[in-house]
Design a protein around this ligand. Structure first.
Ligand SMILES: *Cc1c(COP(=O)(O)O)cnc(C)c1O
Length: 223
């Protein structure tokens, strides 16, 4: 199947209100161009270096999302252009994003990455940590970041009930935060959940943004 056909088939089965992030990590600029020519404009990468290399050579109207773990010392490289950071998992990281965004005279949209899977290894905040972050004076003083919503990755399992329950829990927490902290702002509106294997379940549970890689570009060969 071609990349264009894959995107077409995904778009035809998801609601128009759900944003498709094409996860292009490990794929070359030629593959991204194929998707771009078909009309795809939102791409996700998980490594800063790879993201910057691609941003330099690809069309400037691409909206680049950083979906992978972000180290504080690398924020400066993406601050000029990144359109959404899905992986904010500490106040310290958010402070650095705010500082670098201010230097660029812009506001950077961010999602808080929540730990919803049973695996220990996946990054993310607990509900308590997210609440502490949002209630901190440090966060209140930030003028150059916008918390646009939440992101989460479900457990890597074939048990659909487990995945569904994790997504439902994240949606519930999203609603709680929206009511408590963002009831007067429209900006808290994105719930990034669902990848190739589970995006259909994620959408049924309230996802507004799916991050799909292998179902578009094919299986990745990690080095
Ligand atoms: C790689 C990746 C994806 C996409 O995974 P696929 O299974 O290829 O669709 C989504 N989200 C994150 C955070 C990723 O690192």
């Amino acid at each position: 199947m071609s990349i264009a056909l894959n995107i077409h088939s995904i778009l035809s089965e998801i609601p128009a209100s759900v944003t498709l992030v094409a996860v292009s990590k490990t794929y070359g600029a030629d593959k991204i161009e194929e998707a771009y020519e078909f009309g795809q404009r939102v791409f996700g990468e998980n490594k800063v270096q790879e993201l910057c290399d691609k941003q330099l050579v690809l069309p400037q109207d691409i909206q680049w999302h950083l979906i992978g773990h972000l180290q504080t010392n690398k924020v400066k490289y993406i601050a000029p252009f990144v359109s959404l950071i899905h992986s904010v998992d500490s106040l310290k990281l958010l402070q650095e994003i705010n500082k670098r965004a201010a230097q660029q005279n812009r506001s950077i949209h961010c999602l808080l990455q929540m730990h919803i899977a049973s695996e220990e290894t996946k990054f993310g905040l607990s509900e308590q940590e997210a609440i502490e972050l949002l209630e901190s004076d440090t966060f209140s003083a930030m003028k150059n970041v916008t918390i646009a919503g939440l992101m989460g990755m479900a457990t890597n399992t074939s048990n659909e009930a487990v995945i569904r329950a994790e997504f439902a829990g994240l949606k519930h927490f999203f609603n709680t935060l929206k009511a408590s902290y963002f009831s007067t702002s429209d900006s808290f509106s994105t719930l990034s959940m669902g990848m190739s294997s589970d995006y259909k379940i994620a959408i049924e549970e309230g996802s507004t943004m799916i991050r799909v890689g292998s179902s578009i570009f094919g299986h990745r060969n990690y080095l």
